[in-house]
Design a protein around this ligand. Sequence first.
Ligand code: NAP
Ligand code: ZN
Length: 352
Amino acid sequence: MTRTISTPAYAANSPTMPLAPFTIERREPEANEVLMDVLFCGVCHSDLHQARDEWGAGIFPMVPGHEIVGKVTQVGSGVTNWKVGDTVGVGCLVGSCQHCEACDSGEEQFCKSSRGTYNSYEKDGKTPTYGGYSTRLTVDENFLVRIPASIPLDRAAPLLCAGITTYSPLRHFGVKAGDSVAIVGLGGLGHMGVKLAKAMGAKVTVLSHSPGKREDALRLGADDFVVTKDPDAFTQNADRFSFILDTVSAQHDYNAYLGLLKRDGTMVLVGAPPEPTPVGAFPLIMGRRRLAGSPIGGIRETQEMLDFCAEHGVASDIELIPIQQINEAYERMLKNDVRYRFVIDLASLASQ
Ligand code: NAP
Ligand code: ZN
């Protein structure tokens, strides 16, 4: 029988309860698995959506966390790519079938049996997976990525979700130097979108409902900043952008933003508000515009993104917190009071 290691964590016991200390069991690595110490874990708005069961079908108790970096402490007998001491990252996925068309093309996020880092099930289909709000993680060797030495570890953690979720659509939809790109929402994903689009050479505009973020947006690399609450914002910027990346976590009118696209422009939703929003035909028909969505990214592309970040000096702007402040961090995230990603220092849990 596989031995397990008792591991401290923080969990939401139910959608209406604050996160609290919780103990989980991590298994010793099987042949193709790796055991790692979690050093830092980013706090994604998806953690909050799921811990409060806003998307439905949540598995409780839930240990969130899918922006994980740390060090390998043990490897299974068949592991050749990783060794003890390696600095590694884990994002939103910890497993997939490894033989379907999606897996073969390196897009495990589309595998019908991909397994989430938390709020999902292990291979046996019944043991819940638990995420990075914990001090250890056992993971399939194919779902690790290497953190380049030049990126500070705490600032690397958010790249594992916020980074790849914004990088992947920018690449997939072919954003290139000189393109006029808008990023909607300057939060965890949005600030990474600004940095990445800028590093790809685009002309970047932030569309924000928070006037107080103007200076930050420009400091992060944006060329322009538009306050979407301004009455003229949508008429003055009509037909302006070839690509819009929408990272907003709450319900808003997509039709208004579609009107900001040039002819043949594309707007991609990565923000995932729980409520559906009607989309009219006319903003799409007039201008032959496209509306698309995009989930995270594959493992190969996540490594590519990390290497791109190392090459271009890109990392997340973070506020480091002890895990004991996680509930306050969720409340602050809801008030848009985060600059621009909370990252949990797991030393605060290990030392409890
Ligand atoms: P976040 O840090 O809370 O940022 C969300 C931003 O949305 C805020 O900073 C704010 O920007 C804007 N916003 C919030 N409420 C708004 C409102 N009522 N009206 C207009 N704008 C509002 O969240 P995040 O971690 O970046 O995540 C953003 C969304 O992406 C979440 O829904 C998350 O679940 C989703 N997500 C999706 C994927 C995927 O694979 N597609 C992956 C990760 C996360 P301003 O103040 O600048 O307006
Ligand atoms: Zn996330």
